[in-house]
Design a protein around this ligand. Structure first.
Ligand code: PMP
Length: 407
């Protein structure tokens, strides 16, 4: 299918809504992306034809629900290049996927073992490891970032200790859009026998993914950022890596037998899906994966790169505006952070809202990276495939007005 931004845009009902009576310029996609009709239809179809609990029913509707849930797992597995659907664990999102690994993998670590993160991580890839460090004496290390905010993977060469058991870094920054050079991470980890976890929350919505080719062990992402429903996400683990993990949450559906004191746990992925999972949301996530799989990716990426280039060009002409992150090259996604001298990020976001432009202002749950840049906050515009030149122009016009009004 050839890429047409207008046709794509028409698939998203919310984009033709007029909140506050103004056209919507939705540029907060890195926080949550919008949902296409195909995903909404899949969820409605499921809820109206197949709603029941999964993996425990004895009636036909329960079989249908289980089939829909497992088909969704298979669709996600295909889209991300997993070797088998069983490598895909449904979670509540990126945060719960990383917590699962911090507990499960962390249970095998002890005093003095090391986990290496980076200063460019979202808090959800820092705090679970901080908690682990407090519980078990695991030592945390942080890779530095360069002046663009990109993780400096070169710092791994020759410095990784034999005690390093895991490197957990973001595949792409939610502040700068910079993509991390994963091949260097994997090579360094292999030299010392460490595992690699990637936080793919920002990568998955913007690039095709092939986890097997990446050579990592764990990969986490959220449905609501990849054009799917909220409340659902994925922990992918290589079969061998998942097999080693003890369960995280206990509850229904994750044991094979519970007989007195003797418990045998179900195999992955079900071992990690205690309780009733987010069934309709997982079905919607499967539909989002199928929707992404049929996208003209080269066309879509060129389109977003063009919007970013136009934005950076326009920003270069605004006095006192500093872009936080890489320039318009191929190793970045559609996330553009910036600061305007003399104007607070929150005030700027509010003026933009008055123009119908939805952006994020704040520390983006990435305070170590803010510290790296010597900032408390940035304003962040994040582009998705359905954005267009009109969104860029509205953003630039709003920033210019804020510069005039607030300084
Ligand atoms: N990691 C990154 C890079 C993110 O951008 C986000 C969401 N802002 C998260 C993790 C957390 O995702 P969630 O809140 O969906 O669990």
């Amino acid at each position: 299918m050839t890429f047409s931004p207008a046709e794509l845009r028409a698939q998203f009902p919310i984009l033709s809504s007029r909140p506050g009576g103004r056209p919507l310029h939705y540029l907060d996609n890195a926080a949550t992306a919008q949902v296409p009709q195909a995903v909404l239809d899949a969820v409605t179809r499921h809820e109206t034809t197949s709603r029941a609990n999964v993996r425990r029913g004895l009636h036909r509707l329960a079989d249908k629900a289980t089939e829909a849930y497992e088909n969704a797992r298979a669709a996600v597995a295909r889209h991300m290049g997993a070797r088998a659907p069983e490598e895909v664990v449904f979670t509540a999102g990126t945060t719960s996927a990383i917590n699962l690994v911090a507990h499960g993998f962390g249970a095998g670590l002890g005093e003095g073992d090391e986990v290496v993160l980076s200063v460019a991580e979202h808090h959800s890839n820092i705090l679970p490891w901080r908690f682990l460090a407090e519980r078990s004496g695991v030592v945390l290390g942080y890779l530095p970032a360069n002046e663009e905010g990109r993780v400096d993977t070169g710092a791994l060469d020759g410095t990784l200790s034999e005690r390093c058991k895991l490197i957990a870094v973001s595949h792409c920054s939610n502040v700068t859009g910079a993509i991390t050079d994963i091949s260097r991470v994997v090579a360094a980890a292999r030299r010392v026998g460490a595992r690699v976890l990637l936080d793919g929350a920002q990568f998955v919505p913007s690039r095709p993914l092939d986890v097997a080719a990446l050579g990592v062990d764990f990969y986490a992402f959220s449905g609501h950022k990849m054009y799917g429903p909220g409340g659902v996400g994925v922990l992918w683990g290589r079969a061998e890596a998942l097999a080693e993990l003890p369960p995280f949450l206990g509850g229904g559906g994750m044991v094979r037998t519970l007989d007195g004191d003797a418990v045998t746990f179900a195999d992955p992925p079900w071992r990690f899906e205690a309780g009733t999972p987010p069934i309709a949301q997982a079905v919607g996530l499967g539909a989002a994966a199928e929707w992404l799989a049929q996208l003209d990716w080269p066309g879509a990426q060129r389109h977003v790169a063009g919007l970013v280039a136009r934005t950076l060009d326009g920003m270069a002409g605004i006095d006192g505006l500093r872009v936080i992150g890489p320039g318009a090259d191929n190793s970045r996604t559609g996330v553009v952070s910036f600061v305007l001298a003399g104007v607070h990020a929150h005030d700027l976001a509010q003026v933009l809202d008055a123009h119908g432009v939805a952006v994020r202002g704040g520390h983006h749950c990435a305070q170590p990276l803010m510290e790296h840049f010597g900032l408390a906050a940035t304003t962040r515009a994040s582009f998705a495939f359905y954005n267009d030149g009109g969104d860029v122009d509205a953003l630039l016009a709003g920033i210019k007005e804020a510069a005039e009004k607030l300084r």
